[in-house]
Design a binder for this molecule. Structure first.
Ligand SMILES: [Zn+2]
Length: 236
């Protein structure tokens, strides 16, 4: 009898839905956390690269400043050896030029150092964030895996039962079931509730109630389209 198969199919589908509800938004949450983790990791790599560049630049600056100091000292020594104003002016001019370059490099190095400091702080914060995020991800992933493995066996057995049930139904009835199932939030087969539809509550005409109770044919609610059965007689 098709009606009994439909009742069983609905029972299987309800169990499958409950299993999926059990998983909830865990897979989505884990995915979201993974993306967050990936983003922080990439950002950390970029920041550490920049820190290396800054260290190189600072070192270059220091080396150049030492060179300049050396040169300036030599120029100062040469000042004692000049014999005319023209030479003196030329040396002074070169010294001024050197000092100007030194001042530019010092300013630059200072800004590199400031950037370095800010970056180092940010890297420390991000590494600690990453630590707690990784812990959270691990906890959620483990929870998800345990829920999935617990339900996997049940799910595959239900899916096997479902496909057997589906094969035993005629295509027309099955296609109506699928349509109502989709449209009515996963509930396509309902028990009579008194003289009303157990799904939408609509009144069911007495003639139909009698036939549903007698389990003599397949009936559907005129309002919501759900298949109707009567629990009292379904075991007949
Ligand atoms: Zn209804």
């Amino acid at each position: 009898m098709s009606m009994e198969k439909l009742i069983e199919l609905q029972g299987i589908d309800t169990k499958l839905r409950d299993l999926n509800d059990l998983l909830g938004d865990l897979p989505f949450k884990v995915n979201e956390l993974n993306q967050q983790e990936e983003f922080i990791k990439n950002s950390l790599i970029e920041k550490k690269e920049r820190l290396k560049e800054l260290a190189v630049e600072c070192h270059k600056g220091e080396v150049r400043i030492a060179e300049i100091n050396d040169k300036v000292n030599k120029l100062k020594d040469q000042l004692f050896l000049v014999t005319n104003n023209k030479q003196y002016d030329a040396l002074m001019h070169e010294m001024d030029h050197m000092k100007e370059e030194r001042s530019t490099i010092e300013t630059e190095t200072l800004s590199f150092l400031e950037e370095s400091e800010t970056l180092t702080e940010s890297v420390e914060t991000m590494e600690s964030d990453l630590g707690s995020l990784s812990n959270e991800i691990t906890v959620r992933r483990e929870k998800l895996e345990s829920v999935i493995s617990d339900s996997a066996e049940e799910k595959s057995s239900l899916e096997q039962k479902r496909s057997n049930k589906v094969e035993s139904l005629d295509l027309n009835t099955l296609s109506i079931y699928n349509r109502v199932f989709q449209a009515r939030d996963g509930l396509a087969v309902v028990n009579l509730s008194g003289n009303g539809c157990g799904g939408c509550g609509a009144h069911v005409p007495l003639q139909k109630v009698t036939e549903v109770r007698a389990n003599s044919a397949i009936h559907r609610c005129d309002v919501c389209g759900r298949f109707l059965y009567s629990e009292n007689n379904s075991l007949n």
